[in-house]
Design a protein around this ligand. Structure first.
Ligand SMILES: [Zn+2]
Length: 211
């Protein structure tokens, strides 16, 4: 992908000052403009870079002048505005958002594990019948601490992402009934044997096919 990128210069501050004299007309009527270079991608400022530069102009005679002391004084009290870091700030927000979503999702799953409901489907990873095979287990009844679940018929591979629905020919079966306790579910979840929990998924997942 082609990235249009490079550096540009932005004027970040303009001062009108009346305590210094123009070297040409001796009037006390100067404008000091402070510039800062920034790195951009497609003209979106990513990060301010390099040093500041300064232009000094006289508002009375229109001439520009040089004064290193004046430039230094105003450059040192001018900070690069935050919008020159827009790209970095935006990237930071994206990362924070992603972390927040991921934390929220994992919190939600542990709540589901601690409070099983009929219809919950666990994605279970085992080494049988082959390494890293997956199957599903659907909660059919909850009796106090006993969670009665039915496994589905087929085994699944992880192909570009863990499986998240049943094949059209697959279903949960009473032949594969087993009983968990909440404690066991917790341990299986902590050990990543239960990879994730599905709750309230639509019919497209096949999670409601039971017999
Ligand atoms: Zn002047």
């Amino acid at each position: 992908m082609f990235f249009l990128r490079g550096t540009r210069t932005a004027r970040i501050k303009k001062y009108l000052i009346h305590d210094r004299q123009c070297v040409h007309c001796n009037d006390f009527n100067l404008t000091v403009k402070i510039y800062k270079e920034y790195f951009h991608v497609w003209f979106i400022p990513i990060v301010a870079s390099g040093v500041k530069s300064t232009k000094i102009e006289c508002n009375s005679c229109g001439m520009s002048m040089r004064s290193d002391s004046l430039a230094k004084e105003y450059e040192s009290k001018t900070r690069a505005p935050f919008y020159l870091y827009s790209g970095l700030i935006f990237a930071g927000l994206l990362i924070l958002g992603a972390v927040g979503l991921s934390l929220g999702g994992s919190y939600q799953r542990s709540v589901y594990i601690a409070n099983p409901q009929v219809g919950d489907v666990y994605l279970i990873k085992t080494d049988k019948p082959f390494k890293d095979s997956y199957h599903f287990s659907r909660v059919m009844r909850v009796n106090g601490d006993s969670i009665i679940a039915w496994d589905n018929k087929l085994n699944y591979l992880s192909l570009g992402g863990t499986p998240s629905k049943l094949d059209s020919g697959d279903h949960f079966s009473s032949d594969n009934e087993l009983v968990y306790t909440k404690g066991l579910l917790r341990v299986m979840y902590d050990k990543d044997s239960i990879v994730t929990v599905f709750r309230g998924e639509g019919d497209g997942t096949g999670f409601n096919r039971v017999n």
